[in-house]
Write a protein that binds this ligand. Structure first.
Ligand code: PL3
Ligand code: FE2
Ligand code: FE2
Length: 231
């Protein structure tokens, strides 16, 4: 069904919609919360970029507030326990990398993987969102491109020194993303979002980011599909 038709047909106040929204909304709130903490951690690890990173962290805080308002607007209570579980593996991998001073891994997890996931999800959500949430999400997604760009630029500058670490970080984290997508597939469908479109948008954003950083076309293909077949 074309997305425009879907948005007309969606009943934002049905029991089924609000049930699915309680998980998806919680995921997005938790994702924005984690992003805030991750940029604060990165600011500690990269004192020369501290101001800029704290600025990004502040934007994530605003995003979180915006999505909390979207849930309230539909009288939905977000399932935060579900959302914490959902992010637990990426959360742990980021913490471990930060503790070991692996900045390239931290950048890959937050500024590439999580931001590309967010950009794909928000782009697919906007045409099927309720009017209130659409306005919020349109504002948020613009910021997420800035965050992705920050990670790309840093990794590009540090490409030679980070290449091997990025390969390993990609191998460790990309399969987790495909599993996360599988976990939200059914709820996302209730919201009018198609999983194939999510996968496609993610691969485009992530692939473009890798190529901008310096990876060859061949590497980009290999890296961005890592673990997809098994998911
Ligand atoms: C970092 O700036 C943001 C991190 C958020 C991660 C979002 C993951 C989204 C997965 C499910 C898609 C639903 C989108 C719906 C928006 C209410
Ligand atoms: Fe955000
Ligand atoms: Fe972000």
């Amino acid at each position: 069904m074309p997305q425009l038709e879907a948005s007309v047909a969606i009943n934002f106040h049905s029991e089924a919609y609000r049930d699915a929204y309680s998980r998806i909304n919680a995921i997005v709130i938790e994702g924005e919360h984690e992003a805030n903490e991750n940029y604060i951690r990165l600011a500690e690890l990269l004192p020369e970029r501290k101001e800029q990173l704290l600025g990004l962290a502040k934007m994530e805080r605003r995003h979180q507030k915006g999505f909390e308002a979207c849930g309230r607007n539909l009288s939905v209570t977000p399932d935060s326990e579900f959302a914490r579980q959902f992010f637990s593996r990426l959360h742990q991998n980021f913490q471990d990398a930060a503790a070991q001073g692996k900045i390239a891994t931290c950048q890959l997890i937050q500024a590439l993987v999580i931001e590309c996931f967010a950009i794909a999800a928000y782009n697919i959500y906007i045409p099927v969102a309720d009017d209130f949430a659409r306005k919020i999400t349109e504002g948020v997604v613009k910021d997420e491109y800035t965050h992705l760009n920050f990670g790309e630029e840093w990794l590009k500058e540090n490409y030679e020194a980070s290449k091997a670490e990025l390969e390993a970080a990609n191998r460790q984290n990309l399969p987790i993303v495909w599993q996360m997508l599988n976990q939200v597939e059914d709820d996302a469908h209730v919201l009018g979002m198609d999983k194939d479109a999510l996968v496609e948008d993610f691969m485009i954003q992530y692939g473009e980011a890798l190529s901008h950083i310096g990876f060859s076309n061949r590497d980009v293909m290999r890296l961005s599909a890592m673990g997809l077949a098994a998911a």
